[in-house]
Design a protein around this ligand. Sequence first.
Ligand SMILES: [Cu+2]
Length: 460
Amino acid sequence: MKNRRSFFRNAFGLGAGIVSASKLAPAEQNPARVETPDIADLPFTVDNGTKVFHLVAEPVKQQIAPNKTIDVWGFNGSAPGPTIQITQGDRVRILFDNHLPEPTSMHWHGFEIPHNMDGGPGISQDAVPPGGRFVYEFTLRQAGTYFYHSHMAMQEMMGMLGAFIMHPKAAYTPRVDKDFVVLLQEYAVLPNNTVPNTMNMEFNWLVFNGKTGPATTPLVVRLGDRVRIRTINLGMDHHPIHLHGHTFYTTGTEGGRIPEIAWIPGNTVLVGVAQSRDVEFIANNPGDWMLHCHLPHHMMNQMSSNVGPMSRKGAGMPAGVDMNQGMGMLTGTPGAPMGDDYGPSLGRGLGVGSTADQPVSNNPMQGTNHGDMKMDIAPNANRVPGFPQDAYMEGPMMAMDEMVERPQNYGLRKGWSGFMQGMMSFVRVLPPDEYDKVMEQIRQGKPANPMNMPGMHHPM
Ligand SMILES: [Cu+2]
């Protein structure tokens, strides 16, 4: 069983020369480091003044929610891959190994580096074959929120993205107390499947740092902290990222720092595909404030098919016709699946959204008990056109507080998790005593619920 602490113990155990900071509370240990909730940092060694990283492209099993693990492609055990942090002016060498079953390469998005280091397969280099290695080496003069990704489109949609933070030589002013990275990705995973459909144009799993609400780890800050959140988007959609309770300023883009005179106030920042946006604010309003993409379909899980937990008593969610009607397999006359009666429709009519969707299993919805939390619907609900809308997508029966338990969730309102889905997390602005309680639990390495969150942190 791996938790974050044992992971880092292992990472540090690799020997002298590993100088990556601990993930436990990096912002506290060194203000010039960012924290990527749910994603590790990539450690490095130093060779003659050059920072040496080892990045491995490989298939990974990414647990995006309790009981939902998908097969994606990432780096060093996670998708997105580990966060790389360097300081402006650093010379870096990246040993890039391809453990995928097909060629790939590593593109350094927005880096002003020599052309032969750009990672464009067939353009600036031969793609790295399966089992192959390519060594990238360059000096970085830029500063800001950058990222790395495969430059092969379908591989990008399989998860191959990671943050590459270039800290400025002289810290930006005003300095921030907390600095977070949030990577935005989206997957289309059909029911009963674990592999994203990379050709799909609609997405049912929307993730922050490889987790979907409520499995995302909240950003915990102390009341009065100055906070920076760096969002990075690589997918098919733009995401308007919205923060409750605060006004922030957009202070950076994928091209680096914006001069202060041009900072724009807001509470929603549109993060376009292939862009990054930094926002900063003073966390002066105590509370557990939602941070989320505001596209309604990105605030849900499984939005493209009604295949979530059963919320109706009786026959459950509508799911097309049954095997008999859909495939003519077991009964009927003449009883031959490929006969005249059934042959033309073989395999059709199964599943949600099919031409043969049946209203019969769409039972009236009833108030549902879930533990001690009851879902309330009006007595005449089933006669109201349009019902149900959110009544089955959000609510007590979707709650899984215990399943996503972790120190950062300490003290949240009971049942909170029934209302957190998709690209959704919290900025928890805590008064000093509550903040210290959460930080103490993190320091003690209190793991996420080990029964329900296996494999959250992978060994590199
Ligand atoms: Cu979105």
